[in-house]
Write a protein that binds this ligand. Sequence first.
Ligand code: FAD
Ligand code: SF4
Length: 397
Amino acid sequence: MTSVSPHKKAKALKPTSRRPAKELCSECGLCDTYYIHYVKEACAFINQQIGELEVETHTRSRHLDNPDELYFGVHQDMIAARKQQPIEGAQWTGIVSSIAIEMLNRGLVEGVVCVQNTKEDRFQPMPIIARTPEEILAARVNKPTLSPNLSVLEQIEKSGMKRLLVIGVGCQIQALRAVEKQLGLEKLYVLGTPCVDNVNRAGLQKFLETTSRSPETVVHYEFMQDFRVHFKHEDGSSETVPFFGLKTNKLKDVFAPSCMSCFDYVNSLADLVVGYMGAPFGWQWIVVRNDTGKEMLDLVQDQLDTQPVTSKGNRKEAVQQSIPAYDKGVTLPMWAAKLMGVVIEKIGPKGLEYARFSIDSHFTRNYLYVKRNHPEKLEAHVPEFAKRIVEQYKLPE
Ligand code: FAD
Ligand code: SF4
């Protein structure tokens, strides 16, 4: 008799039951595949299990009494880096794409899960399994929208691929780690980016229209360490808007509910994380979580300038003051926002302290969101490390 893996029967499920996390679904893509069979255990918004999966992935969970691990997760090294020759059109300097290309060229993997965009829309994500450097390059730059990266998982098993690199954000990677053993791979490499405040495609449009002078020509944007949003336009021009000038009252409902209830900003379960927020302006921030991550970073060491991470300033007061302001949706007039941006840039948190500022601000906001909107989930959904971070602040009821 032929035996069928339990997940292969799962396609028979009715479409109505296809997003068990309901409004908290981040559209990670798992439920578009027959691995939906495992959704109740695997979904980051149904079964938060970062601690357990850290042990499986890195052989231990983070040391909560080590201040750096409390914030940035299990790691053996953190550095600031940038490519000596940046990749044109990449989000920052293209370290992510460069590692993926090296891994493919050296035969370490047969394919790379990454996200291109559709022909019609530069911000509409289209997950693929890249098998050539050209396909990886075509996936460079953030698609700043929820992306169903895991929707390609079925193709992996069907293709017979045994060695794979997956690039993704925290919620995608938590679900991936939870089904990793079912994928039939010999080796899975995971290259993560931090992620926060993501939106669906309609939300992105609202954000661009509310914030940029020319929403239709934006090709790239980033919330940067100088407390400004930097937009790049089709004609190569740039535009900056201070964080404190954002129309918070209009933007409050733009972010996806999944992102308002996420506590895995730093992608705890990736082998290697490449972001920017713990590095000086213009540099990328790299967190090596385990030996696999080190192996990946070593592949591009000769293409990088590096420097140690540093930390300066004190974030606590700025975080505490921003909690009620965000809660009430206060927006400063532009002159005041610019002034505040200049002052905070001069004396405010830098390097790892900036990363802590951003984590604290988002975790306190998200804690309040879960408490108010999903109180029954609060205890199990908020990881212990996030509870300790939030406890440092006085929150409104
Ligand atoms: P590139 O070489 O340009 O490659 C970018 C890679 O990102 C591509 O391989 C692509 O497959 C992948 N990608 C693009 N869009 C998505 C998506 N929607 N979901 C999953 N993968 C995607 N860093 C921080 O330090 N703080 C943040 O708050 C932060 N927020 C982010 C939010 C999002 C939605 C994303 C995708 C990334 C975020 N990052 C953040 C990471 C940062 O913006 C850069 O992506 C990272 O530093 C890599 O830059 P790069 O030039 O090396 O990437
Ligand atoms: Fe399914 Fe992913 Fe949505 Fe959870 S977040 S319901 S696993 S698609």
